[in-house]
Design a protein around this ligand. Sequence first.
Ligand code: ADP
Length: 326
Amino acid sequence: MSEIKTIGILTSGGDAPGMNAAIRSVTRAAIFNGLKVKGIYRGYRGLITNEIVDFHTENVSNIIQRGGTILKTARCKEFQTPEGRQLAYDVARSHGIDAIVVIGGDGSLTGARIFANEFDFPMIGLPGTIDNDLYGTDATIGYDTALNTIMECADKIRDTATSHERLFFIEVMGRDAGFLALNGAIAAGAEAAIIPEISTQVDQLADLIQNGFRKSKSSSIVLVAESPVTGGAMGLAQRVKNEYPGYDVRVSILGHLQRGGSPTAKDRILASRMGSAAIDAILDDQRNVMIGIKNDEITYVPFTKAIKNDKPINPELLATLRKLSI
Ligand code: ADP
């Protein structure tokens, strides 16, 4: 039997749609299992500055459909120091918190791993990031919503791109991972995606323009991951102006609107399943794992694996995009 009686929950790092659905699920599954819940505001910072309140079922009513995070999120430098983490530990213990569920990206899970090891303290992670860049899970919370937002924006840009017969670079998020750009391109029927995973191997722009990128098309849309490795949409547009002056090129940077909006059904269900699985993991005395879903089954992924391993791009997706853009 688990010794854990009280859990804390926090959201950290970049926000993602579906974090609220995850907070709701963790809270309700914990209470269902007889655990007490403490909501920790502003990520690790709230753990240091003692922004912690009791959470009951009504604290998480009417939030499943809301984007953002009711617990707020923050970046906290102090938590990266041993002194800061000691303070966080003391505050957690003063509230009787025996385990913490952290919803966030790889930075947040790195912090969770260090904290868990330092104090032998159970930490469970939920992958909350629109980038989908955590290893060991088919999808992260927020990814599907962001993908749908990108698709809708690209559809709109296509209307104007076609009217003017332009080449459009649409920049999407994903510093180290091209999932949003690649799947966004497939969903929007774009010509190509320029992604960091490939940028170090080939010159994707030259490849695109020299091989099969048809000037006769009435418009062309290319999705670009914001990474410095790809050069970003601005960098690529500048290159086109210099190297291929025949193109009428425009740029659209989608930016933070990709983070907002009501989560899709897929993200709400993913967050609900993962939140409930986090409590199962705690009751099962699991610690220092991220909850993943692989082939529709819940998995426990050790933090070290989730953070350190690069999640590969499926080459079949790249091949499909290429075939369909002729
Ligand atoms: P994300 O979780 O979205 O990747 P960040 O990388 O900004 O976002 O990380 C969020 C927070 O996690 C940081 O502000 C910090 O408090 C904590 N964190 C990140 N890396 C570390 C680390 N190496 N050690 C301790 N805490 C960390």
